[in-house]
Design a protein around this ligand. Structure first.
Ligand SMILES: *[C@@H]1O[C@H](CO)[C@@H](O)[C@H](O)[C@H]1NC(C)=O
Ligand SMILES: *[C@@H]1O[C@H](CO)[C@@H](O)[C@H](O)[C@H]1NC(C)=O
Ligand SMILES: *[C@@H]1O[C@H](CO)[C@@H](O)[C@H](O)[C@H]1NC(C)=O
Length: 191
């Protein structure tokens, strides 16, 4: 009896020793927190339908080229171009429709064989429930595809802990000026 109890005791005391030393380690800079403490209760799913106006050629462009490589103009995909944007986001496809936010950030031509942009931008909302909140996007945009999917990487304000994606569809593109209107259907989980 005692012979079998000794190994059991050794195993149990080893487990107790390790769990107390690991869990018992106290750190001043970290502690467990319940989500309710930050008033995060139920995750919600929101759909946003917006129109993105990328105005490259105008007296007041909203998208400006800030950098390029020596070989950019010789590239069929403008490889190496970097654009900074502050594009209006409106409720309807017309520029005159209600402004609901602005898409601020940049896109760069990162594809050598096929036009593919790397987009890094934040949608800053100025209207409605999400006024003042921001949503961050990062992803690849193959602009000549019918539907492009852009991942949401986070957000602020009401969009804290945001995750989700946007589907982008070009509605109008003027090949001469490069100006475009793109419809964004955003599906976002947030609290
Ligand atoms: C490329 O073309 C643009 C637009 O025509 C021009 O502004 C720019 O100077 C050119 N860049 C180079 C490196 O030649
Ligand atoms: C959005 O928020 C800003 C800053 O709080 C405020 O000035 C503005 O009136 C708000 N806009 C709307 C449409 O509620
Ligand atoms: C959202 O972005 C705007 C513009 O950069 C900023 O002023 C605002 O503080 C941000 N909102 C939140 C909730 O962080």
């Amino acid at each position: 009896m005692a012979k079998t109890l000794i190994p059991v005791f050794l195993i149990l005391s080893t487990i107790v020793f390790f769990s107390t030393t690991v869990a018992g380690k106290s750190h001043k800079f970290s502690k467990k927190l319940s989500p309710e403490k930050l008033r995060f209760k139920h995750e919600k799913l929101t759909h946003l339908n917006l129109f993105f106006h990328d105005i490259v050629t105008s007296q007041n462009p909203t998208a400006v080229r800030v950098a390029e490589a020596a070989m950019t103009n010789a590239s069929k995909t403008f490889f190496g171009t970097v654009m900074i944007v502050d594009d209006p986001l409106t409720e309807g496809p017309e520029m005159e429709s209600k402004l609901v936010g602005r898409a601020q950030g940049m896109y760069a031509s990162a594809g050598q064989n096929e036009l593919g942009l790397l987009m890094a931008m934040a949608f800053h909302f100025v209207e409605g429930k999400f006024n003042g909140s921001n949503l961050s996007f990062l992803g690849r945009n193959s602009v000549f595809s019918e539907v492009r999917e852009l991942p949401i990487v986070g957000g602020s304000g009401l969009f804290r802990y945001a995750r989700g994606y946007a589907e982008a569809r070009t509605r109008t593109l003027d090949m001469k000026t490069g100006n475009a209107v793109v419809e964004y259907n955003v599906y976002v989980f947030h609290y």
